[in-house]
Design a protein. Structure first.
Lengths: 254, 327
């Protein structure tokens, strides 16, 4: 059996007394594209942030490529990993945010080569070559010296995707990557993501773009109030939902 | 996309050309009588002041001229400048460390920094200086070692705490408390998404701080730091209570002997004014250096006269730039 890219067992997460994840189980196979959909506040984004340990889980187990995230298990006890160890694991997981979060004081090229140089200790020459290659793939050749403020939202998000890919991640997380974009710019970002999916990248995408989910996703998972309500192939979940809650949600968004 | 943008720019108004004659109005501008009266009043005040500066012999400009570049005054000025630079630099360093401590998730570190700031901002600097000056009353012996363990070095407090050391210590420790708040403000002002995306890329806490947060915070930190430095220059005059021969104390010792009080205070004021002007000038260029985009830059004259032409306003040009890049 191949080790799944992501294996999640009974994950719970609370902020104070508010439980936002109430026992999540999920598996994503390597090369699969999984879309997480659901109403705001259902815990999709929190769940995504638990995967690369930006948020700590309160109970359960979360494995990325067979390795426990953020902890080490020795003789049945969990030990929190050091900052350095957590960072090493995060470096293998790319993340794209709703608000792009490009480094404002750095040019496009500097944004992309920063982490490969500082975290992976790649030489500058090598990092630049790879950055240019990736920029060409997302259609942003010639933008190397621009600053984030000079780019449109769609261009910024494509740079953010490039920045994540420059770390040669094994898994990519997308947190509502098109929600902050003007409608006319959504297409270019989704196209870049589709190319990435076609190249065989494992992707977990929190999104409201049902068209993208239908076309690109291998599985669609519907979350509500901190629980996975329904999960399966896109045509099944989107067109023929079994659960009442899922039905009412899709009747409004589709 | 180009087509979309140009459509937007033209809009409905410019697409129907308005004849240029119709737009020129022959309206009489508002008459600002209040402003005219105030202007005349200020001009009169200025005239009275200039006249008295020239004609009042008690200013004794000759003596001012004799002293302004005299050896003791220049020595005092040198000490004032050394105190300003050294104390400010140490203060900035303390400020950065305290700011990082205050933002730490470790409660002991955060609280310790808070208490430091509370203490040094809560007591007058003059009191602090006198306190440090008399520290040997509390601790006659100063030793470096491990509590209840071995002592590595031991010395007499009076030998160690010279007036100069007290001045630097007092000014820098106090400055650190103010700089801490300035640095913290700069760090807190950076969007949380910046550190989050750095973390997601696998950068450590220190890397994130050094490479992502601080470089962006500097832009916010520079202007108030300039103000602090100018303030520090003048605050150093407090060290005259330590009998340290800075600019003011040197002047005081001279006029205590010669009774030329006003001319010497004029000399001192002219030097402080001169250095402050130089610092203001330097601050302006530092600030401009950290402003992104050359198009937002203004000249020094524009800054002091407060005149920035509207067509050059940053946001407008920024938009034009963006539009240019979008197509």
């Amino acid at each position: 059996m191949i080790e799944p890219a992501l294996r999640v067992e009974a994950v719970r997460k609370s902020y104070g007394h508010v439980e936002v994840l109430k026992g999540i189980d999920m598996q994503v196979k390597p090369g699969e594209v999984a879309c997480l959909v659901g109403p705001s506040g259902s815990g999709k984004s929190t769940f995504l942030r638990c995967i690369n340990h930006l948020e700590k889980i309160n109970s359960g187990r979360l494995y990325v490529h067979g390795e426990l995230v953020g902890y080490q298990e020795k003789k049945g006890r969990l030990y929190e990993l050091s900052d350095r160890e957590v960072c090493r694991k995060r470096a293998e997981i790319g993340m794209v945010f709703q608000s792009f979060n490009l480094f404002q004081h750095m040019s496009v090229l500097e944004n992309i080569i920063e982490a490969p140089m500082k975290v992976l200790k790649t030489s500058k020459e090598e990092a630049v070559i790879y950055a240019r290659e990736l920029l060409e793939l997302v259609g942003l050749s010639g933008r190397e010296e621009s600053y984030p403020k000079q780019l449109s939202g769609g261009q910024q998000q494509r740079v953010a995707i490039t920045r994540a890919l420059a770390m040669r991640p094994k898994l990519m997380l997308f947190d509502e990557p098109t929600s902050a974009l003007d409608p006319e710019l959504v297409g270019e970002v989704l196209a870049a993501m589709q190319d990435l999916a076609n190249s065989g990248m494992t992707m977990i995408v929190v999104t409201h773009e049902m068209g993208f989910a239908r076309k690109v996703a291998d599985s669609v998972t519907f979350m509500d109030a901190g629980l996975i309500v329904e999960s399966g192939p896109p045509d099944q979940v989107l067109d023929n939902p079994q659960n009442e809650r899922t039905q009412s949600f899709f009747s409004k968004v589709l | 996309m180009t087509r979309l943008d140009s459509n937007k720019e033209q809009g409905p108004i410019s697409s129907t050309p308005v004849s240029s004659e119709a737009t020129i109005l022959n309206a009489v501008p508002i008459r600002h009588y209040g402003r005219w009266i105030a202007t005349i009043f200020l001009l009169l005040v200025a005239m009275v002041m200039v006249k008295s500066l020239i004609t009042n012999p008690r200013f004794r400009w000759g003596i001012v001229g004799d002293y302004i570049t005299s050896e003791p005054i220049l020595d005092g000025l040198r000490l004032t400048l050394i105190l300003t630079v050294v104390a400010q630099l140490i203060g900035i360093l303390i400020g950065i460390i305290l700011a990082i401590m205050r933002l730490s998730s470790n409660r002991v570190l955060a609280r310790a920094a808070w208490i430091y700031i509370w203490f040094f901002r809560g007591t007058p600097l003059l009191v602090q200086l006198i306190f440090w000056y008399n520290i040997s009353a509390l601790y006659p012996e100063i030793a470096i070692g491990i509590p209840f363990g071995p002592t590595f070095w031991q010395g007499n407090a009076n030998d160690l705490i010279t007036p100069f050391a007290v001045a630097i210590l007092g000014l820098a420790l106090n400055e650190g408390a103010y700089m801490a708040e300035i640095v913290r403000g700069g760090i807190v002002g950076i969007d949380h998404g910046q550190s989050e995306s750095a973390k997601a890329l696998g950068m450590t806490h220190m890397q994130t701080l050094r490479r992502i947060i601080l470089p962006q915070a500097v832009k916010v930190i520079i202007p108030p730091t300039g103000n602090q430095t100018i303030l520090m220059l003048k605050t150093t005059s407090l060290v005259s209570v330590l009998a340290l021969a800075d600019l003011l104390y040197t002047a005081q010792t001279i006029y205590a002997r010669t009774f030329e009080t006003m001319p010497l205070l004029t000399v001192v004021s002219l030097w402080y004014l001169g250095i402050t002007s130089v610092l203001t000038f330097g601050q302006f260029f530092l600030e401009r250096h950290f402003t992104e985009g050359k198009q937002d830059r203004i000249t020094f004259t524009q800054r002091i006269t407060g005149r920035v032409s509207m067509s050059k306003s940053g946001s407008e040009l920024g938009q034009a730039e963006r539009a240019k890049h979008n197509d």
